[in-house]
Design a protein around this ligand. Structure first.
Ligand code: ACK
Length: 563
């Protein structure tokens, strides 16, 4: 028989080509108006343009970023008589095109004393100068009033959003574009700004696939304007809701609608003008990642698992670049499609945590999914992209253990007990376990890896699959396995009891005490039923416990440990 494999690869849509033609329309001492031509090859629908500019002298150490939907923009709040450099890039569903031009486009503002406008508008200059005092005073007054109004009702102008204010000038590196829908005075305005209103007649519901806090989750089909039908998931808001419930339900759509990334669940639109109120998203054939992995225990290659993890990290990098902190990153909130692509889902603020069955009340009253949450977020609600990185470490552990519950049946209290770290899942590559430990740095949360670094580490692993063969349980383990990073000593582990003490897995220790099995292999061959007869309760899958014990065997200096 001829042996072959058919491989279907779908490339991503190409990014738009650079913006090459930029024109200066008007210049004054504090502002400049620019326009440009659409890229020669947009390769899709241009969602918006990013305009980045900075003082030439400052060499890009601080810069301002604006976003514009059209091909023109006014830059205000500039310094008089100053040279600026500027670059523009277009964004489509495929992401950003290259920034251009290179070298950057240069413009200068007019000197302090002058008020110049381009030559063809010299008449306007004359009129402006003649009525100078009155008009300037009026403009300043209006500017102050409008400025105040804009600050109060943030982001009311979708076409051109100034992303960061600081005396009208950006002093922060990076891009940040997420707008919190709760800052809108009228939340229904937010949903219509970020989500498309769909006609209910274009949606056909096929079946119920799950239940959410607000109502059922169904699968169905959406007829697009092109008449093409696509599979969708439909979240519905059940009848009898309060205004607040409707607002909270739709907040998820207002958040999701701002994202556009292959590893973030895509919003198709909302139905708010008829009942039931619905949120329509792309359909993910394999459902939630945790149950998907449990269904396919041990069925994937290392590369497939790393590919899934890479997707999640890439989605999280996108979210953190946008300034969005997820707060509830867990395998149950990742969806998987038929191509094994993982996408981050479940957006919202307080709602996410209210909705999550894993969320428990902390001593400070907040509701938090304890097992997935960083210590500083549990202790004083310090949620940041670094606390998301901690949760990513837990997701990494969940994926490598095929949907095992973190900390098994331990109580939340024991799970967060200081110093405890999860052990490596069976056959877990050493690099991935080290990555988990890095994500779980307690004291120095800023030392946790950034999502960009995580993506790059996983990319390296994918390029060099041989490195996945070195597993955490066969090599010497990282020194910090059993301890908090603040402790410098690794305790000597002579017996299983010591090991379990070190791991603070009391339930396990109690289960094994008084039972005498001569080796891990004997234990492996003993049925769970037989173990029960001698009073041993298996608190996790038996094969995983055996694998951990074998790891201990290889770890101790004196050969196999008697169990
Ligand atoms: O594991 P599941 O089948 O996948 O059960 C849950 C359920 O709805 C409640 O959240 C499923 N679900 C949610 N969103 C989607 C989606 N976009 N595509 C497919 N299934 C979804 C989820």
């Amino acid at each position: 028989m001829r042996q072959y494999a058919a491989v279907t690869i779908t490339t991503n849509q190409a990014a738009p080509s650079p913006v090459t033609v930029i024109r200066k329309e008007k210049t004054s001492r504090n502002s400049v108006s620019l326009s440009w031509q659409e890229p020669e090859r947009p390769n899709g629908i241009i969602l918006d343009y990013e305009i980045k500019y900075y003082e030439k002298e400052e060499q890009e150490t601080s810069y301002t970023i604006l976003r514009a939907r059209g091909c023109n923009v006014s830059l205000n709040g500039l310094k008089p008589n100053t040279a600026y450099l500027l670059q523009i890039r277009a964004r489509t569903a495929a992401g950003y095109g290259a920034s251009s031009p290179s070298p950057s486009f240069q413009f200068e503002t007019s000197p302090d004393s002058a008020f110049s406008i381009s030559s063809e508008s010299s008449q306007v200059v004359l009129i402006a100068i003649s009525s100078a005092v009155a008009i300037i005073l009026l403009t300043v007054l209006l500017y102050v009033l409008i400025g105040r109004f804009c600050c109060r009702s943030k982001s009311k102008h979708p076409d051109e959003k100034r992303l960061h204010f600081g005396n009208g000038h950006l002093r922060l590196p990076g891009i940040r574009t997420y707008v919190d829908p709760h800052t809108y005075e009228d939340p229904s305005q937010a949903v219509h700004e970020f989500a498309k209103e769909l006609d209910a007649s274009c949606i056909a519901i096929d079946k119920v696939v799950g239940a959410g806090e607000f109502g059922e989750v169904c699968s169905g089909r959406l007829k697009l304007p092109s008449k093409k039908e696509i599979c969708v998931a439909i979240k519905t808001l059940k009848g009898g809701y309060t205004d607040k419930q409707r607002r909270d339900f739709l907040a998820e759509a207002s958040i999701m609608g701002q994202f556009d990334h292959p590893n973030i669940i895509r919003l198709e639109g909302v139905v708010t003008r008829s009942k039931p109120v619905m949120i329509v998203t792309e359909y993910m054939e394999n459902g939630s990642l945790d149950s998907f992995l449990r269904k396919h225990d041990a069925q994937f290659t290392g590369i497939q698992l790393v590919g899934m993890l890479r997707g999640i990290a890439s989605g999280m990098k996108y979210l953190s670049d946008m300034g969005y902190v997820h707060r509830d990153l867990a395998a149950r909130n990742i969806l998987v499609n038929s191509n094994l692509v993982c996408k981050v889902s479940d957006f919202g603020l307080s709602r996410v945590l209210e909705d999550d069955p894993e969320a428990a009340y902390t001593t400070r009253g907040g509701k938090i999914p304890i097992r997935w949450t960083a210590p500083e977020a549990i202790a004083y609600r310090k949620f940041t992209s670094s606390s998301d990185a901690w949760s990513y470490g837990i997701v990494l552990w969940e994926v490598m253990s095929y949907g095992e519950r973190p900390y098994w049946e331990m109580s939340n209290q024991d799970a967060v007990d200081e110093g405890y770290r999860l052990p490596p899942p069976m056959d877990c590559p050493a690099t991935l376990y080290q990555l988990m430990l890095d994500c779980w740095q307690k004291e120095e949360r800023n030392n946790r890896p950034k999502f960009e670094q995580i993506v790059s580490i996983l990319d390296k692993l994918i390029r060099n699959p041989g490195s996945l063969k070195i597993t955490a349980n066969t090599t010497s383990r990282p020194a910090n396995l059993l301890l908090d990073r603040s402790s410098s000593e690794v305790p000597a582990m002579g017996t299983v009891g010591d090991w379990m003490d070190g791991m603070r897995t009391l339930p396990c220790k109690e289960a094994f005490s008084g039972v005498s099995y001569s080796s891990c292999d004997t234990l492996a061959k003993t049925s769970t039923e037989d173990l029960k007869k001698v009073g041993v309760t298996i608190v996790g899958p038996q094969k995983k416990i055996v694998s951990s014990l074998k790891a201990l065997d290889s770890h101790t200096k004196n050969g196999p440990v008697p169990v």
